[in-house]
Design a protein around this ligand. Structure first.
Ligand SMILES: Nc1ncnc2c1ncn2[C@@H]1O[C@H](COP(=O)(O)OP(=O)(O)OP(=O)(O)O)[C@@H](O)[C@H]1O
Ligand SMILES: [Mg+2]
Length: 271
C-alpha cells in the first residue's frame, strides 16, 4: 500500500468514526456528471447499514428525477416517508408518469418522523420542499443519538447564490453545519461542482472527496492536474482523492451501483 493509499484509508476511517470525543463528520463529494458521486453516498450507506444497524439513516432525494436510492443493492432496506398534506406522489417514468404506490409512511412533525424512522434502514424522506432539510438537520442536531444523513445534489438546498429570503436561511444553516462536528451526526452530501454550494456551508466541510472531472477547490492541497488524472473505470470503480485539512490520499470506490427496478420512478409535488 502506498503512503497516499494509507492516508486515504485513515480518512475513510474518520468518515465512519463513532467516537463521541471526536464527534461527527461532514463530507462533500464532487465530480463530473456520472462520475459516481451517488455511488459514494451509497457505498457509505451500505457500510452504515452493515456496521451500525441500530442507527437511523435519512436520505434526501431530488424531485422530478429518477430515484437514486433504487441503485442501493439491498432495496428491502428502503422506507419512504412523506409529509402529511404536502401532495407528494410517486410517478412511473416507464408508464407515462402514471402514479405508483411506493407505500410511503406519512408523518406530521419532525419528532413524528424521527419516531417512525426505522433503524437499520434507509429512510428516504420527502417534505415537499428540499429547503426543509435545513430545519430537519437542525432538529437532528439535538437528538442525542448517532444519526446519518445523506443528501443528493446539495446545491438545491444551499446554493451559492441564494435569493433574499433564502440567503438568511442558508447563513443560519451554515451555523448548524458547524455543529455537526460537535454532535453525533455523520452527514454526507454531493454536488457537481464546489462552486455550486454556498461558501459558508462549504467552509464547514471536514472531508472533501474529489472524483474524476471535479474542479479543484482554492484551499485544497490536491492540484487540478492530479484530479484530471484520476482514472474512470466502470468495472474496477473510479479513483478519488480524499482530503482532510492539509492531508490527502488516493483511493478507488470499488463497489459499483447501477440502476435497478424502481430507478425510473420519481417523486413529484402536485400543484
Ligand atoms: N464505484 C463506481 N465507479 C465507477 N463507476 C460507477 C461506480 N458505481 C456506479 N458506477 C457507474 O456510473 C454510473 C453513474 O454513477 P452515479 O449515479 O453514482 O454518478 P453521479 O456522479 O452521481 O451522476 P449524476 O451526476 O448523474 O448525479 C452508474 O450508473 C454506474 O454505471
Ligand atoms: Mg448522482
Amino acid at each position: 500500500m502506498t503512503k497516499s493509499e494509507k492516508i486515504a484509508q485513515q480518512i475513510l476511517g474518520r468518515i465512519h468514526n463513532h467516537d463521541r470525543d471526536q464527534g461527527g463528520v461532514l463530507t462533500e463529494t464532487t465530480g463530473a456528471q456520472g462520475s459516481a458521486k451517488t455511488a459514494v453516498n451509497l457505498a457509505f450507506t451500505d457500510y452504515t447499514l452493515k456496521n451500525f444497524p441500530k442507527e437511523k439513516i435519512f436520505w434526501s432525494e431530488c424531485y422530478d428525477a429518477p430515484l437514486q436510492i433504487f441503485k442501493l443493492k439491498n432495496i428491502d432496506k428502503i422506507k419512504f416517508f412523506i409529509q402529511k398534506d404536502k401532495k407528494i406522489v410517486f410517478r412511473n417514468r416507464d408508464d407515462h408518469l402514471r402514479h405508483i404506490d411506493l407505500h410511503p409512511i406519512e408523518f406530521t412533525t419532525f419528532s413524528d418522523l424521527y419516531e417512525k424512522a426505522k433503524p437499520g434502514h434507509v429512510n428516504v424522506v420527502f417534505f415537499g420542499d428540499r429547503l426543509i432539510w435545513m430545519e430537519f438537520i437542525k432538529y437532528l442536531r439535538s437528538i442525542g443519538e448517532w444519526v446519518h444523513i445523506y443528501i443528493e445534489e446539495f446545491s438545491e438546498i444551499a446554493p451559492m447564490f441564494p435569493h433574499a429570503d433564502l440567503w438568511h436561511k442558508v447563513k443560519e444553516f451554515a451555523k448548524t453545519l458547524k455543529d455537526v462536528r460537535k454532535c453525533m451526526m455523520n452527514m454526507h452530501y454531493n454536488s457537481q461542482q464546489v462552486s455550486d454550494i454556498h461558501y459558508e456551508c462549504r467552509n464547514k466541510v471536514m472531508i472533501k472527496i474529489f472524483l474524476p472531472g471535479a474542479f479543484k477547490d482554492s484551499h485544497c492541497r490536491v492540484t487540478q492536474l492530479a484530479i484530471d488524472n484520476l482514472e474512470r473505470n466502470y468495472k474496477k470503480g473510479n479513483q478519488a482523492y480524499l482530503v482532510q485539512g492539509g492531508e490527502f490520499g488516493k483511493t478507488r470506490f470499488t463497489d459499483i451501483y447501477t440502476p435497478r427496478s424502481g430507478y425510473h420512478y420519481e417523486s413529484h409535488v402536485q400543484e
